[in-house]
Write a protein that binds this ligand. Sequence first.
Ligand code: F6P
Length: 388
Amino acid sequence: MSDAPVIRSDVPGSFPWAVFHERHPRLVRQVLDALPYGPAERAAVERLLVESTTGVLEPLGEDAPDAAQWREWGGLVWGRPWGEAPFLWAESYFYRRLLDAIGYFRPGAWQGIDPFAPFKNAELAGVAVDEELVALSELDALPRTKRAEALLSSALWGNRADLGFQITAGPGGPASSGLLADDSAVLWSELDRAGDGRVCVVADNAGRELLPDLVLIDHLLTDGRAAEVVLYVKPQPYFVSDATTADVLASVDRLRTAPSAAAQAVGSRLWQALNRGTLVLRTHPFFCAPLPYHDLPADLRAELAGAALTILKGDLNYRRLVGDRLWPPTTPFAETAGHFPSAVAALRTLKSDVIVGLDAATVARLDGTGTTWRVDGRHAVIQVCAGS
Ligand SMILES: O=P(O)(O)OC[C@H]1O[C@](O)(CO)[C@@H](O)[C@@H]1O
């Protein structure tokens, strides 16, 4: 086990502290403004905000379907201040409790209603999406390698379009300033080496991230880089804009009805791929678990082990892959990701303190800028741990 410190949210002024004390209060206001929840839901959400900033961790009620599971996942944290739990654990539990507060799992009018749907829907309906989809037609003119690079790049930078991040960074976030690690050549050679195997994609955000992910998936299938793609989504609303099955369906529909023939063609091919089973949608409760991928349950581990390559999208998946710790940033990526059951590629823009696999000169340069480069979304990595 590593002795790199586990990140916690109890250091005032730190990024994780700001997530609980600045980002979550804004998020809660937006959720309560977006849907007409009644007094009981509103009061429960306000209580959660107080508990998660100044109180101690209370378990789920016994009537919750996953109460026993969470008790076990919590171990010794119950009754401790939220900030003393690992940041990854506490953030995940915050989203679970938010669903509890708004009645997502309770029989009643709000059961199954995604509290983040108004934000996701608005993003998907936006004109910016139309413009991005129109630009797809330009890709057909590019040579194969350039087209593949462009699709990978838009799936990568699509990760900036995360609604939770935008709550503090503003729409679109700051301008990007580049890749800090680029193993894309290894990614393509892993795919070519595997021939026509199965590629797993663990999705992150819906909307403007999922759309380029789906276009990349279409490319993998149509260009002979994968015989089958399994797209993993969250079983329930999570971290604001994380994609669920409903979000995939909305995105495929957005493509099929887009004002761009190229986008419509992608949408139709994806629909047919779903029909034929060359594109498979799957989920698992572990995708909303507060644990790192080191602790994958046996069934999901076995499923992923059959992949030629697994592509993990986004910041949270990165934290779960390498471990949510303050690693020395020059720690080799393979040292932290080698436990994964298949070859694995992380496509991630940096939105939290965790980072590995950088060279010392890059770290010194970034630290010398005096900016919040680890969390401001301006930088990205494509890191690959190849199969043996
Ligand atoms: O959508 P992504 O890329 O997983 O990012 C979500 C990130 O947002 C945060 O909740 C706050 O930045 C991080 O803790 C988390 O890793």
